[in-house]
Design a protein around this ligand. Structure first.
Ligand code: AR6
Length: 171
């Protein structure tokens, strides 16, 4: 069975079938992991993104990876945290599900997710990590082809939160 694991890394360095980008609805780049992915992929990425017509919160769109080691990028738009009563958990779960649907449609076998919404968008990481792990675990149970799913954390503190969430879900 596929095992979910968390690592601490710069997601732009990972050589996988796809990495996920925590984008904004314009899909034209921004700060955080989005900025890092656009810088590393090079200017052809924004050219392809311009053709996509943006992306709604909770949805996902796929592009090529260009200069990245990853073959594809799946761009998703997480919810901005507004206290938790504005549908944030469902929208965040929908990001993970829609990314996995696109990956399955392209027969991708290895993916890395950043910690969507927990930077500039302010989603508390303990809550977001639980949504991420639970949603992905439930969804990949039906995806026999998936080989590797990494939760790519950018700090040791974030990694500890994800490792705890994985232990909690596996219990
Ligand atoms: N590799 C892996 N994780 C990273 C990297 C990296 N190179 N850089 C940052 N992170 P954020 P959001 C982590 O703010 O909260 C952008 O402007 C970061 O430490 O990138 O979904 C978009 O255009 C945090 O844990 O995304 C949107 O406007 C996580 O990635 C907005 O930010 C997500 O933080 C989206 O905000």
């Amino acid at each position: 069975m596929l095992k979910l694991h968390a690592i601490r890394a710069d997601i732009t360095k990972l050589k996988l079938d796809a990495i996920i980008n925590a984008a904004n609805s314009s899909l034209l780049g921004g700060g955080g992991v989005d900025g890092a992915i656009h810088r590393a992929a090079g200017p052809d990425l924004v050219h392809e993104c311009r053709l996509l017509g943006g992306c709604k919160t909770g949805q996902a769109k796929l592009t090529k990876g260009y200069r990245l080691p990853a073959a594809y990028i799946i761009h998703t738009v997480g919810p901005v945290w507004r206290g938790g009563e504005q549908g944030e958990p469902d929208l965040l779960a929908s990001c993970y599900r829609n990314c996995l649907k696109l990956a399955a449609a392209k027969q991708l076998r290895s993916l890395a997710f950043p910690s969507i919404s927990t930077g500039i968008y302010g989603y508390p990481i303990e809550l977001a990590a639980r949504v991420a792990i639970k949603t992905v675990s439930a969804e990949v149970a039906d995806q026999a082809d998936m080989e590797e799913i990494i939760f790519c954390c950018f700090s040791d503190a974030d990694l500890a939160v994800y490792e705890a969430a994985i232990r909690e879900v596996n219990q």
